[in-house]
Design a protein around this ligand. Structure first.
Ligand SMILES: [Ca+2]
Ligand SMILES: [Ca+2]
Ligand SMILES: [Ca+2]
Length: 366
């Protein structure tokens, strides 16, 4: 717009300059004409003093001719001046017409420029409106940009936080993976152990079944034996006496210690072994001397029961056992008897006494 205005101003200056130039040229032409007229007058004034005053005819004719010549010259000059002025005026008129045409063109151009200026003004207003709109949009965009920048910052913060959490999760995942591997290894180991235990359990189950079967069989046998024992208890062997957990046979004959033991063995028993004070009291016979299953035949002074167990609790009388006290009449005394009043004595095994066989019930009942 400014450019258009400047252009318009330049056109005005050009027009004014042209007009001013024409005016100045006209003024210069007039001044030139005046100068030529002055020069002519001066020439005339110079000629008049040059006339010869000594001859009166010549003086009268010569001024006339001179005046005629001067007049002719003046006419020529005047004609030349008129022609020059006419040409000059024609030239000026032509320039004036040109200037007028230029002014018209300039006026048209001015109108067009005015129209263009108006159009440009409208466009400027529209551009201003667009600029304002764009400025608002720019402000809105700036606001949006600021909002998006904040959101971007928040997102960046969230991203960093999530990245840290991801790293922590990755670490936890790796740790859990290791633990999982360890657990898997432990699981495999436990699985193997379980399988082994299962195998052992199956084996033990089979063994338990076998044991249960054996137990059931043995239980039946025990029941049968219990029944047999009950029957036997109710009606024991003839001549046998039951005391606590043993059956006892007290002989009515007398024999040596070895013969007595042989008799007991033939009866499915052995010479009595005294395990308690009650049994000792039970076996005390007020009128008999009886062999018991105690001897030191194998080693003098080392008394053992017939089942091989050593003697722990004894009921020897006074100085007994004395092994005959060195008296040849008694000889070697290697067998034990219960004498009257329940005390024990060692005596020669060759003596003949009654004897007591013992059959332990517990050894029969399973
Ligand atoms: Ca006994
Ligand atoms: Ca002895
Ligand atoms: Ca003795």
């Amino acid at each position: 717009m400014k450019m258009s205005e400047d252009k318009y101003a330049n056109l005005d200056q050009l027009c004014n300059k042209g007009a001013s130039k024409n005016e100045n040229a006209y003024e210069d032409d007039i001044a030139s004409q005046d100068s030529r007229d002055k020069t002519k007058k001066d020439a005339t004034s110079k000629i008049r003093p040059g006339a010869n005053p000594s001859s009166s005819d010549n003086s009268r004719r010569r001024p006339s001719r001179a005046a005629a010549v001067c007049l002719g010259l003046l006419c020529v000059l005047l004609l030349a001046g008129i022609v020059g002025l006419g040409l000059h005026h024609k030239h000026i008129f032509s320039e004036f017409e040109d200037c007028k045409a230029s002014n018209i063109n300039l006026a048209k151009m001015k109108d067009q420029l005015q129209i263009s200026f108006n159009n440009i003004t409208k466009e400027k207003d529209q551009l201003q409106t667009s600029f304002n709109t764009m400025k608002k949009e720019t402000d809105q965009l700036q606001t949006s940009f600021n909002t998006m920048t904040k959101e971007a910052d928040q997102l960046q913060t969230s991203y960093n936080t999530m990245k840290k959490e991801r790293d922590q999760l990755q670490t936890s995942f790796n740790t859990m993976t290791k633990e999982t591997d360890q657990l898997q290894t432990s699981y495999n180991t436990m699985k193997k152990e379980r399988d082994q235990l299962q195998t052992s359990f199956n084996t033990m189950t089979k063994e338990a079944d076998q044991l249960q079967t054996s137990y059931n069989t043995m239980k039946k046998e025990r029941d049968q034996l219990q029944t047999s024992f009950s029957d036997l208890k109710q009606a024991g062997p003839k001549g046998w006496t039951l005391f606590q957990s043993s059956w006892y046979y007290i002989s009515s004959e007398v024999k040596s210690w070895d013969e007595s033991r042989q008799d007991c063995l033939e009866r499915g028993a052995d010479l009595v072994i005294i395990n308690s004070k009650e049994e000792q009291t039970f076996l005390t016979m007020p009128d008999k001397r009886v062999w018991i299953g105690l001897t030191d035949k194998d080693r003098e002074g080392t008394w053992k029961w017939v089942d091989g167990t050593p003697l722990t609790t004894a009921y020897w009388s006074g100085q007994q056992p004395d092994n005959g006290n060195g008296d040849p009449i008694y000889g070697e005394e290697d067998c034990a008897e219960i004498v009257i009043m329940w005390i024990w004595n060692d005596i020669s095994c060759a003596n003949h006494f009654n004897w007591v066989c013992e059959k332990v019930i517990n050894s029969v009942i399973i």
